[in-house]
Design a protein around this ligand. Structure first.
Ligand code: PLZ
Length: 426
């Protein structure tokens, strides 16, 4: 059976697009405006019956599958018992159990505590609140190309102006941006790139509340810092009484072939923010950190109506069980091992192919968006969902479901390879 029955988008999607234009704010955009009817085993099936190969997982969310049987079962079971009480009014076990799992799974064997929220942005905001409270300091150090969210504080932390920040200021103060280690572009070793950062911070900021970093940057271009960069920053933080905060919202939960990307560098953060892959598609996020830091917050200082909603917690437990049972870390590594050589061969010397596990990127040498846009568009037209990213929009990124069947991945990669070869005019 052919995967595509109509042009992309098909007539039913086009009709929905017209309704959307009259109902949904133009401020909310979609990469590929096909309207989804259901999903199965690495495929998104649209309302016209087209079966698209999903190499995006809804931006690194549905790694465990979509729908994932254990997640669906846990959600059904919970919603039939109760949908909500508000943990701040009358608590329930699921919240506690998710925190126990996070405390056990995140890097480091020290005593930890967690608090649950609804979105990645909210988790990052709360990590900064905690860092400021326990250190009594205001400054937050962030990096070029960083992405931490779309709320006002997290927009201040996010680097890229268009589309995220443009016109939405003023932004929160006491945020200081320093250069990221970017081996493909700066050629610096990890320690040298860290020394450049720390010199700036010492001279221009002084000891901050925290250094906040994505261990592998996501929206900013799937930039993996040179070995030793993260460790040098973490060591400096320890020295200067600042918290080292890892934003593992995109990298966490087996995406990079480890539970958390910090593990690749043997770095143990003081605070870790998680979201996305944690709950197989339900909105849930967390801050996990050293017990003495997390418990230094006054009762009532952290919370929110929906944070750690029982249905989202049930989904998270189903998702985490799935990751462990199916060994999705190994699955992620297999995806990387399959994809990297193929993508390198397709790109030749026209840029950089990089990634860990199933977080993979093709960066085109030209720092303009045209080639990436063209490549993404031809993948989309052929029914393969890929995303672009990068400060310059010149990166194609892959975040396939970790359970994607091998044949489907191969088929998606073949389409992408062809698009790359055409796109760079080889
Ligand atoms: N930190 C590292 O990747 C979300 C955002 C897409 P929320 N990334 C996808 C978009 O255009 O809005 C993200 C992230 C990192 C924080 C966030 C924010 O998480 O759940 O989107 O708030």
């Amino acid at each position: 059976m052919p995967r595509l029955l109509t042009p992309i988008p098909g007539p039913r999607s086009l009709r929905l697009a017209a309704r959307r234009a009259d109902a949904v704010s133009a401020g909310v955009a979609s990469t590929l405006p096909v309207y989804i009817d259901h999903a199965e085993d690495g495929l998104l099936v649209d309302v016209d019956g087209n079966r698209l190969i999903d190499l995006a997982s809804g931006i690194a969310v549905t790694g465990v599958g979509n729908p994932a049987p254990r997640v669906a079962e846990a959600v059904h079971g919970q919603i039939d018992r109760f949908s909500h009480t508000c943990f701040m009014v009358t608590p329930y076990e699921g919240y506690v159990e998710v925190c126990e799992r996070l405390n056990a799974l995140t890097p480091g064997t020290h005593a930890k505590r967690s608090a649950l929220f609804n979105s990645g942005s909210e988790a990052v905001e709360n990590a900064v609140k905690i860092a400021r409270l326990v250190t009594g300091r205001a400054p937050v150090v962030v990096f070029d190309h960083a992405y931490h969210g779309r709320t006002n504080l997290t927009l201040a932390l996010t680097a890229k102006t268009t589309p995220y920040k443009q016109g939405f200021g003023p932004f929160a103060p006491e945020v200081y941006r320093v250069p990221m280690s970017y081996p493909y572009r700066d050629g610096l070793s990890g320690p040298d790139a860290a020394a450049r950062v720390l010199d700036l911070v010492e001279k221009q900021v002084g000891p901050p509340a925290c250094v906040l970093i994505e261990p592998i940057q996501g929206e900013g271009g799937f930039i993996e810092p040179a070995p030793g960069f993260l460790a040098a920053l973490a060591a400096w933080c320890r020295d200067r009484g600042a918290l080292f905060v890892a934003d593992e919202i995109q990298t966490g939960f087996c995406r990079t072939g480890a539970w958390f990307a910090c593990e690749h560098e043997r770095v143990v953060p003081d605070l870790v923010t998680t979201a996305k892959g944690i709950a197989g598609g339900l909105p849930l996020a967390a801050v996990t950190g050293r017990a003495e830091l997390m418990d230094a917050v006054h009762p009532g200082g952290l919370g929110g109506t929906y944070g750690g909603n029982p249905v989202a917690c049930a989904a998270a437990l189903g998702a985490i069980d799935t990751m462990a049972e199916l060994d999705l870390n190994a699955a992620a590594r297999r995806i990387g091992a399959t994809a990297l050589p193929r993508l390198r061969a397709a790109l030749g010397g026209r840029g950089d192919v990089r990634g860990r596990g199933a977080m993979l990127a093709v960066e085109f040498a030209e720092q303009t968006p045209e080639v990436a846009r063209r490549v993404a568009a031809s993948c989309h037209a052929a029914g393969v969902v890929v995303l672009t990213c990068g400060t310059h929009g010149n990166v194609i990124r892959l975040l396939p479901p970790l359970v994607i069947p091998e044949e489907l991945l191969a088929e998606g990669l073949a389409v992408l390879e062809h698009a790359i070869v055409e796109g760079v005019g080889r």
